[in-house]
Design a protein around this ligand. Structure first.
Ligand code: ARG
Length: 462
């Protein structure tokens, strides 16, 4: 490394090349370049507005920065390792373009408040993009639900057949999870959207800056009230990674269900060729790669959350270089969540076919209507716990006889309890079992239709 670094004349010699590489963040923080330029443009305007530099100088900095942006977009400006980080890279190129006035840009600012500003501007954009992807995902869920209100599917607890469900109800559970994700990100956004610009290195600045002015230019809702906190706070990053992790929890649960459903053991769905791959050796196979990848990628996002928490734990005030480690995890989490949401949306939209015949049979081949027999008796005055015990015995003897409840003769029912009448068969038919669960939020068709209307209303809110 021949050229001296930007920081100061107090350094006698250049960095060891390996240390320069170790120290540099340009290979990844280049992702922030447009935000860095936008933040610097606001800073330059503020410097001119407050009279810290002249209007002509402010103008020169602003247009020079715009040129750096264009050069970057056109691929003419590709800073290398010698730039150390994106902030130095932009400032250096700016100074090449506009001359000595470029050296005024960093007045009343530090890279510490600068990088905090850039990261927030980046996350703000990304949060809105992820929220839109959540909306797309939710829309597809409601579309499929709408077509499947009366499609029945076994419902499970402990992965044992429990009670049959409307398929729409099952899918709308994921709609609700995504709705919370969407709302949670809005809440995270409110704490991302606070400006640290003007906090300086840690203590503020001697110049008469106007922090509200830059905050307004950059659309921040507030400014940090304490400069030490402003440059060293990464709560917003932790919160984002937490929200991202919860999205991944939801996507991986759905993934796991799709993987099960596509198995020969369940046979509830067929994977279409556009979203599944074959095996290189077993010609009969069709693999659920998309949900498997989503399930697998979940671990990376959890890992980034954990890493961020550990980076922050015990970090003394204010800025420490440890904070440079926040970026790769944030970028990777953003990219992973976006890719997974997009893939799952496509998978739902065009990669899955429900096997209606098989689903219809599945809900008739078990004792998932046993609760309804107990409810039947309870509705006719038998205390529920007693009814529960009676039905337990019925299930036991039916299993021994190799029969299902629907196969019992009316006399057999009446031997069990005189309250049973001919309408027991209707009461335990899967369709009725589902329809009857008409309590608020239940799987009854009336409830599910209302849930779809409510979901559409929620989707209309932006
Ligand atoms: N590349 C640095 C980072 O990402 C920018 C801030 C550097 N600040 C400092 N005091 N060395 O955190």
């Amino acid at each position: 490394m021949t050229e001296k670094q930007t920081w100061s004349q107090r350094f006698e010699s250049a960095l060891h090349p390996a240390i320069a590489r170790f120290n540099a963040s340009i290979s990844f923080d280049i992702e922030l370049i447009e935000y860095d330029i936008t933040g610097s443009q606001a800073h330059a305007k503020m410097l001119a507005h407050t009279g810290i530099i002249s209007h002509a100088e402010g103008e020169a900095l602003f247009t020079g920065l715009e040129q750096v942006r264009q050069e970057y977009r056109q691929g003419q400006f590709q800073p290398g390792i010698d730039a150390e980080d994106v902030h130095f890279a932009v400032e250096k190129r700016l100074t090449e373009i506009v001359g000595d006035v470029g050296k005024k840009l960093h007045t009343a600012r530090s890279r510490n408040d600068q990088v905090g500003t850039d990261t927030r501007l980046y996350l703000r954009d990304q949060i809105q993009q992820i929220r839109q992807l959540l909306r797309d995902f939710q829309t597809v869920l409601v579309d499929i639900a709408e077509k499947n209100v009366e499609t029945l599917i076994p419902g499970y607890t402990h992965l044992q057949r429990a009670q049959p469900l409307s398929l729409a109800h099952h899918l709308l559970a994921y709609f609700q999870m995504a709705q919370r994700d969407w709302e949670r990100l809005e809440d995270v956004y409110s704490r991302v959207n606070i400006s640290p610009l003007g906090c300086g290195a840690l203590a503020g600045t001697t110049f008469p800056i106007d922090r509200q002015y830059t905050a307004k230019l950059l659309d921040f809702d507030h400014v940090y009230a304490n400069s030490l906190d402003g440059v060293s706070d990464r709560d917003f990053a932790i919160e984002f990674l937490c929200a991202a992790s919860i999205i991944m929890v939801h996507l991986s649960r759905l993934s796991e269900e799709v993987i099960l459903w596509a198995s020969e053991e369940f046979r509830f769905v067929t994977l279409k060729d556009s979203c599944a791959t074959g095996s290189s050796i077993m010609p009969q196979k069709k693999n659920p790669d998309v949900p498997e990848l989503v399930r697998g990628k979940t671990g990376r996002v959890f890992g980034h959350l954990q890493a961020m928490l550990v980076i922050m734990k015990g970090l003394p005030l204010a800025y420490n270089k440890d904070l440079q480690e926040d970026k790769e995890g944030i970028f990777d989490s953003v990219n992973t969540v976006k890719a997974c949401l997009e893939a799952m949306t496509i998978l739902l939209q065009e990669g899955l076919e429900f096997r209606y015949q098989r689903l219809a049979t599945a809900v008739t081949e078990d004792f998932a209507n046993a609760t309804d027999v107990a409810d039947y008796l309870a509705a006719r005055g038998v205390p529920f716990r007693e009814a529960y015990n009676i039905v337990g015995k019925v299930v036991k003897t039916s299993i021994a006889a190799g029969k299902l409840l629907k196969d019992l003769q009316l006399e057999e029912w009446q031997q069990i309890h005189p309250a049973f009448a001919a309408d027991i068969y209707e009461a335990i038919s899967p369709r009725q079992v589902v329809a009857a669960r008409n309590s608020y939020g239940g799987t009854g068709f009336v409830q599910v239709r209302q849930a779809i209307i409510n979901a559409r209303t929620q989707l209309g809110v932006s």
